[in-house]
Design a protein around this ligand. Structure first.
Ligand code: ME8
Length: 646
């Protein structure tokens, strides 16, 4: 594997107000950049702005200013937001920079010289808003299929790039490079389109009479280049002047172009064929992620529901940045669509961050303060108990899974797995009961060993948490006396030194009061979330015999679909080990059918069959939560279907 890692985000339209969609792609890119830096790769992380085109020209005219001044006025809102969200990009490109323009012109000239660009007259339906022509078959009632605005019939001479001639080569490339377009559903989509439709040539110019705000064609002064040709070239032009030389050799081809699903075709088809024409290698991966809605609705200026990340961070105070980063990476599988709501964010902050991670760190620190004079206790030479061995083993195994998940862009599963370790640490503490050991002076060595082991597990967790929640990881490390140092966007821990003082500080995440209305301060008590040192005792006790009446078994989900007309119910076909069952589960608000397929869940196998909305259910899937499902119990690793759970 090459030791470089070049990651890009789309360059966003300067005209837009930055919102959670832009933040999503940029945070995901940041996670990968931070992760690979920690793993020792030579990372280059690029983001930036797309500043040419009709919309910018129109907006500048409306504001009565020069387009360049208009861009200069707007660009800082993106740069400031990335700073605020702790984005560790190595460079920020703007397509109005003279050196970028020079590279675009050089490439245009090269293609023109190779006769891969020709002039032709085209007549078609044109959408001024989307700045594009539509073919006859796309258009109904003279309206733009995309924005539904009226189209104009336009005839004009333009320059065309011979994109069509690369069709077969592109199909072959996609077929032979399984990671080129991801996730696989998107790859199939692009392949399907390329295999059934003839790929036409691409108009890469606009007459200045219609649009002057663009890069002039080097071979015809009456034209500027099409904004997408200009924009896509940023991925290589930046390597010519934003990094130390020789950087094209060093970083190209890109490791990952992260994009939203809206711009997959421009990347997978336009960009790939342009690169072929320029004799440059294609990127290793183009990953198209899903789309965020807000409270179930499409986000748009006209609906007035565009979520400004600054406002989210402002509302949640000093821990807002990491809560926001956590939420976006945890809430939906990368590649699928997601829905943003304040309630969902608060739910995650409370259950995962305050009660989960925050509580574990806080109870560990409190025990070290109380039982070992605030100093990291030494490990023990004594033989490990089964409990110890289990924690050590699962820490190692789980962390290997986390790395694999991050490398495969399964950010939500990486976090799920980290939270499994948090849970195992909690269980280890509950079972070893340090508060009982502390009462008996002869158990001092055991007490020390137990607390040491918990800190050791956290020490391994911190670097993996760091790419997603850099501030939290740093604060955890400082509080646990691990002396984090930041070296050029990488965090290095000094390691676990017995005897070193811890520095218990403020809780990592306070609980938020759901009931308060937006705009209030939502922090219930910034000094202390509900810290649970000892597990709470159960209210109603049952005997083992009573419990054994319930048959719990693992079941592999073979297929899943929504029950029609129900928001909540999902119908699953599961393999119970030689037996197939149909189960209806009320988990549809939290899960999509796709993300359940192939997962191993836990089933109450001897529950009387019942009908839910007329659909028979032969069992019950276990899930955490009360009225609302928070999380289905999914096994981290596959075990044979039908295995007993006890
Ligand atoms: O398309 N959910 O810029 P753009 C998820 N300039 N991601 C979203 C989103 C949403 N609701 N809304 C936006 C352009 N995004 C071109 C790109 S690249 C050479 C040129 C993210 O400002 C997502 O990454 O419209 C999407 O692809 C991108 O913003 C579009 O940004």
């Amino acid at each position: 594997m090459s030791n470089t890692f070049y990651i890009t985000t789309p360059i966003y339209y300067v005209n837009d107000v930055p919102h959670i969609g832009h933040a999503y792609t940029t945070i995901a890119a940041d996670v990968l950049a931070r992760y690979w830096r920690l793993r020792g790769r030579d990372v280059f992380f690029l983001t930036g702005l797309d500043e040419h085109g009709q919309k910018v020209q129109q907006a500048a005219a409306k504001a009565g200013i020069d387009p360049q001044a208009h861009c200069d006025r707007l660009a800082p809102q993106f740069e400031q937001l990335w700073n605020r969200l702790n984005i560790s990009n190595d460079a920020f490109i703007r397509t109005t920079e003279p050196r970028h323009k020079g590279v675009v012109q050089r490439y245009l000239q090269e293609l023109f010289n190779k006769q891969l660009i020709y002039k032709d007259t085209y007549t078609g339906w044109y959408c001024t808003f989307d700045e594009r022509f539509w073919t006859e078959k796309d258009v109904t009632d003279g309206l733009c299929p995309d924005c539904k605005r009226p189209l104009e019939r336009l005839s004009e001479s333009n320059y065309f790039f011979k994109m069509g001639q690369y069709q077969e080569r592109l199909i072959e490339h996609i077929k032979t490079h399984k990671n080129f377009i991801r996730p696989p559903s998107r790859r199939n989509e692009v392949l399907g389109f390329l295999q059934t439709q003839k790929l036409g040539d691409l108009s890469i110019s606009r007459p200045k009479s219609r649009l002057s705000w663009g890069i002039e064609l080097p071979f015809d002064k009456d034209y500027v280049t099409y904004v997408w040709f200009d924009a896509l070239v940023n991925y290589v032009s930046a390597l010519e002047y934003k990094t130390p030389q020789p950087s094209l050799d060093r970083y190209w081809p890109a490791s990952v172009h992260l994009v939203g699903k809206d711009i997959l075709t421009t990347h997978a088809v336009y960009w790939s064929t342009i690169l072929m024409a320029l004799n440059l290698p294609l990127p290793e991966t183009i990953f198209a992620h899903g789309w965020w809605t807000v409270n179930g609705e499409k986000m748009s200026k006209s609906r007035g529901n565009v979520v400004d990340p600054n406002a989210v961070v402002d509302e949640f105070g000093e821990f807002g940045v990491d809560a926001f980063r956590y939420f976006l990476m945890r809430e939906v599988p990368f590649g699928q669509d997601g829905d943003f709501s304040r309630e969902a964010l608060i739910g995650r902050v409370n259950s995962d961050l305050a009660d989960g991670l925050g509580n574990l760190v806080s109870r560990t620190l409190t025990m070290i303060e109380r039982f070992t004079q605030g100093r990291i206790p030494p490990p023990s030479d004594a033989a490990e108990s089964d409990l110890d061995a289990q924690l050590t083993q699962s820490t190692g195994e789980l962390m290997a899974f986390v790395m694999d998940h991050i490398e495969q862009l399964r950010f939500n599963r990486a976090l799920e797995t980290m939270w499994e370790l948090i849970q195992r640490c909690d269980q280890y503490i509950d079972k070893t009961a340090p508060w009982t050991l502390a009462k008996k002076s002869e158990d001092n060595a055991r007490l020390h060993a137990v607390l040491h082991r918990v800190v050791k597990a956290l020490e391994l967790l911190i670097p993996l948490l760091y790419p997603i929640m850099p501030q939290t990881a740093e604060s955890m490390a400082s509080q646990l006396g691990l002396s984090p140092q930041i070296y050029g966007r990488r965090m290095v821990l000094q390691g676990l030194v017995p005897g070193r003082e811890i520095a218990k500080g403020k809780p990592l995440f306070p609980r938020i009061d759901h009931r308060k209305t937006q705009g209030d301060s939502h922090v219930t008590d910034s000094s202390s979330p509900t810290e649970t040192l000892q597990p709470s005792s159960a209210t109603t006790q049952i005997t083992l015999e009573e419990f054994q009446k319930v048959h719990l078994k693992t079941a592999k989900v073979l297929s899943a679909e929504r029950v029609p007309r129900s928001e909540k119910l999902i119908k699953l076909q599961v393999d119970l080990g030689g037996e197939q069952r149909q189960v209806v589960a009320g988990i549809g608000k939290k899960y999509t059918p796709e993300e359940l397929i192939g997962r191993t869940v836990v089933l109450v196998a001897n529950l009387k069959p019942a009908k839910l909305m007329g659909v028979e259910s032969q069992g019950m899937v276990l899930a955490a939560g009360d009225a609302d499902v928070l999380e289905v119990l999914i096994l981290q690793r596959d075990v044979p279907p039908g295995t007993k759970v006890k």
